[in-house]
Design a protein around this ligand. Structure first.
Ligand code: RFL
Length: 393
């Protein structure tokens, strides 16, 4: 078999690249370890930045999203029982879109496979990459039906297989992977309960950070800071709701609306960045290349930014022999990646300083938050970073 491009991973980055290639009639094959039903339901992100939605829209990939996404215009910090609203749209004229990741993946997959005729194999096992430093690379995998190894020749491999994938592991020794460990955990929860606020709420509390994010009228995402590596079984429904009520409590608001927990997992908060994002004919995109803990809700946005640049770069090379996009790919992605990494670190201190057990850090954290709420210059700098850099390039 031969395809100009093999895309490893059917997440937001891989499927966006596949759609861009198919729109230009470039053939490609997407390889995915999970089933279609599984990836169409896997809950994860939900916050999309305006430039990212515009980038999807420009490529004909946002019709459903624009019909169904909610617009978010403000967020709220809760500290010591007080509520502090931060209206970023009032300040900047820009907003966030909230659209659950499984819906976006479903839209992208339908468009890719069912409308644009893209090839995809689900349930593949033991994906291996070959000859990446030659101009005749290949990818092989175990076919789930026959159990036989299938070899696919290609010109390029897009490594879009996320944080636990295989493509990052084949990088040569000299590739630089910069890592940062926050030393904290977040218990990530999905509750079968309507949102308890019309916006994202951040609870800054000595017991630890807590977050509230609407996902749909029936489902709400919550986060609770916990020790890294904590066992989700330590968190009974009663304990979860008691901590959420305490950390997100506000004197002038009724208690949160409780509901059954449908997801409960501990995320160890860490980040990494692979530099450069290219090795021979392998181009990494999304979480395969860089992870940002969900502190600032940036991961899916970065994955889409990479996908736009890589999809467009591959099309330019394969249809016009124009190499500029591919040559500049890594540097163009990494500018935004490092910008978002820095913002995540800054925001992490706001969220976690008060519960660090260190009175000095708690003091500076609260000063940071006060400045953000009181100084117009600090507020507009925060709004700009929270909403993400403007261009969809
Ligand atoms: P994905 O989505 O992980 O997709 C990778 C795909 O590759 C498959 N795969 C393989 N396929 C073939 N061969 C292999 N060897 C393979 N190994 C893995 C996987 O099954 C999967 O289908 O990566 P992609 O496309 O780079 O997209 C990245 C985003 O998914 C990620 O950054 C976000 O989910 C991060 N994130 C958030 N980002 C936001 O922008 N806003 C948010 O509000 C937000 N909230 C979150 C999040 C991530 C979370 N978790 C679970 C880490 C909330 C959570 C809880």
């Amino acid at each position: 078999q031969r395809f100009p491009v093999v895309i490893v991973g059917a997440g937001p980055s891989g499927l966006t690249i596949g759609n861009i290639l198919r729109a230009a009639s470039v053939d490609c094959l997407v390889l995915e370890t999970e089933t279609r039903a599984f990836i169409e339901q896997r809950p994860r992100a939900g916050v999309l930045e305006e430039w990212a939605v515009r980038g999807l829209q420009d490529r004909g990939l946002a019709d459903h999203l624009l019909e169904r996404a909610q617009l978010h215009t403000q967020c709220e910090f809760r500290v010591e029982g007080q509520r502090h609203r931060f209206s970023y749209t009032e300040l900047t004229g820009h907003h966030h879109f909230v659209y659950p990741q499984p819906l976006l993946v479903t839209d992208l997959l339908r468009e890719y496979a069912d409308v644009r005729g893209g090839a995809v194999r689900f349930g593949v096992r033991d994906v291996q990459l070959h000859g990446l430093d030659t101009d005749r690379p290949a990818v092989s995998y175990l076919d789930p039906e026959t159990g036989r190894r299938t070899l696919v020749h290609c010109d390029f491999v897009a490594g879009c297989d996320g944080a636990r994938g295989v493509t990052r592991t084949v990088l040569p020794q000299q590739a630089r992977i910069a890592r940062h460990d926050y030393g904290i955990g977040w218990l990530a929860l999905l509750a079968q309960a309507p949102p308890s606020s019309d916006c994202v709420v951040f609870g800054i509390h000595p017991n630890g950070f807590a977050g509230h994010m609407a996902r749909s009228p029936e489902v709400t995402r919550y986060y609770l800071e916990c020790p890294p590596g904590d066992d989700p079984e330590n968190w009974s429904e009663d304990r979860v709701w008691a901590e959420l009520q305490e950390r997100l409590g506000a004197a002038d608001r009724p208690p949160l609306t409780e509901g059954r927990l449908i997801e409960k997992r501990v995320l160890d908060m860490h980040n990494y960045v692979v530099e450069p994002m290219v090795f021979g004919r392998l181009f990494l995109a999304g979480d395969a290349a860089h992870l940002t803990a969900p502190i600032a809700a940036k991961g899916m946005n970065l994955a889409l930014h990479d996908a736009f640049l890589l999809g467009d770069g591959l099309v330019a090379h394969l249809t016009n022999g124009d190499d500029r996009g591919l040559d500049g790919y890594s540097a163009a992605c990494l500018g935004r990646v490092w910008d978002y990494q820095e913002f995540s670190q800054w925001l992490s201190e706001v969220y976690h300083g008060a519960s660090s057990g260190d009175a000095y850090r708690a003091g500076t954290t609260l000063a940071r938050l006060r400045r953000l709420l009181e100084s117009p210059a600090a507020a507009s700098a925060f709004a700009e970073q929270y909403l993400g850099k403007g261009s969809a390039s």
